[in-house]
Design a protein around this ligand. Structure first.
Ligand code: SAM
Ligand code: SF4
Ligand code: SF4
Length: 360
């Protein structure tokens, strides 16, 4: 049962506007805009075997890029301890991400430790490269579902986007293995970048229509500061829906729950559904209940944050659960992030944290 933890010594570290903990209508801890803390994304590695042009461009993330040393990463024990404390504050869903989470050795052991907490919806976002090998053991360890990123069904376009010469066929193998293992319903994430893979919108829709998997089109975002994002590169979701709907008629579907990130649409012939994630053209900050834990244990309250709060220091200096819990509460209570609602050319140019580090 989630509880609101009173603030004690955390107040000394983080000044708060109000002395009493703020509570959302749900009875949970609420931030300064009344949003409760429900989801935690955990980046388990800042490394990746792809170099997607919109995420880890090769000219920045080259051979000499200073990735974190293993000792800097949160250990599985540290992640599990934090997960328990977040769970007590109301977090009911944890997504493992990165970087490429399947590059973290023995990840299934972490999944097992998180599953042992009980009552958590455990999911993972992956590029799919290692999924065929790992799907079964992840499921056995207690993972509920996976989201697989795939930006094109055309092999040449996909290889150009992942910039690691990785073939589509291997990702499709991973998706099949995940479905066989029961990690369903599987979501397929496609980031759409103008002039790069926009002509893949229809082929991707055709390929996954009737498959039981939910294809989600994501607007290209200005995360980090290395991908050279420009508004002109964004293909608005409205345009994606027009393109798909012109050939494959669509009907809107109600959200599964309040604050769902993807807007749902189903094929009029009942052969499945798709989603659109319109983080640029239709910001959804007002319902954002997500916190992010970076690879080295910093807590970020927004994907576009420029600063995080160090929890690893507390974990490693002998702080009590209560102290760490109070710190998490204090950080959430003063959260006022709504980056996507106030995005401009100016904010896009700010030195934001890279997605591979903060966790996508
Ligand atoms: N490596 C894993 C993968 O690619 O699925 C997990 C981490 S990745 C950062 C998480 C998600 O963020 C992926 O679906 C990816 O396509 C998406 N993403 C990365 N950069 C993005 C950007 N600039 N705009 C929109 N989505 C982005
Ligand atoms: Fe790696 Fe995922 Fe980023 Fe692509 S989107 S570079 S697969 S972390
Ligand atoms: Fe949440 Fe920040 Fe994205 Fe808004 S911009 S939806 S606050 S992560």
């Amino acid at each position: 049962m989630a509880r609101v933890i009173p603030l004690t010594d955390a107040r000394a570290a983080i000044p708060l506007a109000a002395a009493a903990p703020r509570v959302a209508p749900t009875g949970l801890l609420a931030d300064s805009l009344g949003r409760s803390l429900r989801d935690l994304r955990v980046s388990v590695t800042d490394r990746c075997n792809f170099r997607c042009v919109y995420c880890m461009p090769k000219d920045v993330f080259g051979r000499d890029y200073p990735f974190l040393a293993h000792a800097d990463l949160l250990t599985f024990e540290e992640i599990a301890r934090l997960a328990r404390l977040f769970n007590a504050h109301g977090v009911e869903k944890i997504r493992l991400t990165g970087g490429e989470p399947l590059l973290r050795r023995n990840l299934e052991r972490l999944v097992e430790m998180l599953a042992a907490i009980g009552g958590l919806d455990l999911t993972l976002t992956t590029n799919g490269a290692l999924l065929a090998r790992k799907a079964r053991e992840l499921k056995a360890a207690g993972l509920n579902r996976v989201t697989v990123s795939l930006d094109a069904i055309d092999d040449g376009i996909f290889r150009a986007m992942n910039d690691a010469d990785f073939p589509v066929a291997k990702v499709l193998e991973g998706i099949d293995a995940a479905a066989d293992a029961g990690l369903a319903p599987i979501k397929i994430n496609m980031v759409v970048k103008r002039g790069v893979n926009e002509r893949e919108i229809l082929p991707m829709a055709r390929r996954f229509k009737g498959s039981g998997h939910v294809l989600r089109f994501i607007e290209y975002m200005d995360v980090g500061h290395t991908n050279g994002w420009r508004m002109d590169d964004v293909v608005p979701s409205a345009e994606v829906l027009r393109i798909v709907g012109a050939e494959l008629p669509l009907e809107p579907v109600d959200p599964n729950y309040a604050g769902e990130v993807a807007e749902r649409w189903r094929y009029a012939d009942a052969s499945g559904e798709i989603g659109v994630i319109s983080s640029v053209t239709q910001a959804f900050c007002r319902d954002c209940t997500r916190a992010r834990l970076s690879t080295e244990g910093k807590l970020y309250t927004c994907l576009f944050a420029t600063q995080g709060s160090d929890l690893r220091g507390l974990l490693r200096n002998g702080s009590s659960d209560e102290r760490i819990s109070d710190t998490i509460a204090a950080i959430w209570l003063q959260r006022g992030d709504r980056y996507s609602e106030i995005r401009s050319e100016h904010t896009a140019a700010l030195p934001k944290i890279e997605m591979s580090y903060i966790g996508g």
